[in-house]
Design a protein around this ligand. Structure first.
Ligand code: NAP
Ligand code: HSE
Length: 436
């Protein structure tokens, strides 16, 4: 069979890993693909940058058109990141009749419908396994392996950078800024790491999983999200005291009236598998109506885990499986999505609340009253003895931590707004989700 020529746009962390597998393990790849896969072109921003030896024989250029216009190229791999240039390259590649492999979650979360409409028009596949959860083959697992199921819910750790930072902070006592710098040096972080730590990258991935698992057509802006960038050490410590670990979680659940989606730092009970997922590892818990609970776990970021997913997609393109899967699964179809996203205010979850309160009679009663008024039931409470005195020698403000039972988000917001208005409350309240 004729070899498959690859034009890869991007030769950074992921691109270099792909080049390494294609050159160092060419025989293995050819055996599994049924034909050789040759990296013919690599497109970069700066052709003068020093590159390592895995690119011997590869034509390195700074103009993606060279690749798109080469009739020998059968597949374009997009691993540059960002949205605008990547969108242009992918659309041009499809229009030129190339198959496409991408690791770009931001692109698909923002332009999935346009990209897949172009792919259908060109009768070409866009394979995107590396865009969610790095090396874990979660798109194939849900789309193909669990095809008999209606997915009921997902809870997932989808950002390796954040999971690495949280692990370093909780287990290694490392400061946030140092842990983030390490994650960048290890190649886990996005070019702009704000996207990692503010929850946007996780929301991009959840938007993709919402399409793959539920057929929902979701933009990132539709997903309520918080990151780990404003998380305080105090909350990591209280979570530990309560028997929980804080993880940045993506959550999706079929609920009455629509799909619940959210991203945020959440408390996970220590005896649950997601609490045991550390470092750059990701994990996705998928509940299907036939299979029940499943858990997929593996490295979610970094050069070789991500390259593993990209090369698997290339092998699928080479064998023709990618084209069959694309037609069968029909991601971001022209037809209207079968399910809408539930407004955040109508979603339900358990909550962890931390208030800084004056140590005076009746304060806890006032807070309990505000919660009770909204029908929110308290599951447990922690308040320690005050350790500081104020300027009058009176006990200083003390943290009060409350775990609630399930509550409707709007009721919770109303209650917390009420509580924050009380003159005995000394700082804006902290509110985190608790994953069941
Ligand atoms: P990276 O290390 O920053 O590499 C980006 C590469 O793209 C560089 O080679 C750069 O050229 C090139 N490039 C950037 N803009 C370009 C343009 N307009 N035209 C041509 N080349 C351009 O990024 P990365 O970490 O490999 O990530 C790439 C993609 O994979 C992103 O979508 C990211 O979200 C996704 N991803 C990354 C990981 C990970 O762990 N890193 C995991 C999963 C998915 P120069 O070399 O000349 O600078
Ligand atoms: N920056 C991303 C992360 C890369 O840390 O998970 C993998 O998508």
């Amino acid at each position: 069979m004729q070899q498959l020529s690859v034009g890869m746009v991007g030769l950074g962390t992921v691109g270099a890993g792909v080049a390494r597998i294609l050159t160092r393990h060419a025989d293995r790849v050819a055996r599994r693909a049924g034909r050789p896969i040759e990296l013919k072109w690599a497109v970069v921003r700066d052709v003068k940058k020093r590159r390592d030896a895995d690119f011997e024989g590869v034509r390195i250029v700074d103009d993606a058109r060279r690749v798109i216009d080469d009739p020998e190229v059968g597949v374009v791999v997009e691993v540059i990141g960002g949205v605008d240039a990547a969108r242009r390259i992918v659309l041009d590649a499809l229009a030129a009749g190339k198959q496409v492999v991408t690791a770009n979650k931001a692109l698909l979360a923002e332009h999935g419908p346009e990209i897949f409409a172009a792919a259908r028009k060109a009768d070409r596949a866009v394979a995107f396994e590396a865009s969610v959860a790095g090396g874990i083959p979660i798109v194939g697992a849900i789309g193909v392996g669990l095809a008999a199921n209606q997915v009921q819910s997902l809870a997932a750790i989808l950002n390796g950078t954040c999971n690495y930072i949280l692990t370093q902070m909780t287990q290694g006592g490392v400061a946030y800024a140092e842990a983030l710098a390490d994650a960048q040096a290890l190649g886990f972080a996005e070019a702009d790491p704000t996207l990692d730590v503010d929850g946007t990258d996780t929301a991009h991935k959840l938007a993709i999983l919402a399409q793959v698992a539920f057929g929902a057509d979701v933009r990132t802006a539709d997903i309520p999200r918080e990151g780990i960038d404003r998380l305080e050490i105090a909350d990591l410590n209280y979570a530990r005291e309560l028997g929980y670990t804080i993880k940045l979680l993506a959550h999706a659940r079929l609920a009455e009236g629509g799909l619940e989606l959210r991203v945020g730092p959440s408390l996970v009970r220590n005896d649950r598998p997601l609490a045991q997922v550390h470092g750059s590892y990701n994990a996705v818990r998928v509940e299907g109506d036939a299979v029940g609970e499943t858990l997929f776990c593996g490295r979610g970021a970094g050069m070789m885990p991500t390259a593993s997913a990209v090369v698997a997609d290339l092998i699928d393109v080479a064998t023709g499986r990618a084209a069959i899967t694309a037609r069968a699964l029909d991601f971001w179809p022209a037809a209207a999505a079968p399910i809408a996203v539930l407004p955040a205010s109508r979603t339900r979850r358990r909550n962890y609340l931390r208030f800084l309160i004056a140590d005076r009679p009746g304060v806890i009663a006032a807070i309990a009253h505000a919660l009770g008024d909204k029908g929110i039931s308290i599951a447990s409470v922690i308040q320690h003895e005050p350790t500081q005195e104020d300027e009058n020698g009176e006990p200083g403000p003390v943290p009060l931590v409350i775990m609630t039972h399930l509550a409707v988000e709007q009721d919770l917001r109303d209650a917390v707004r009420e509580i924050d208005r009380l003159d005995v409350v000394r700082a804006p309240s902290v509110c985190l989700g608790v994953e069941e």
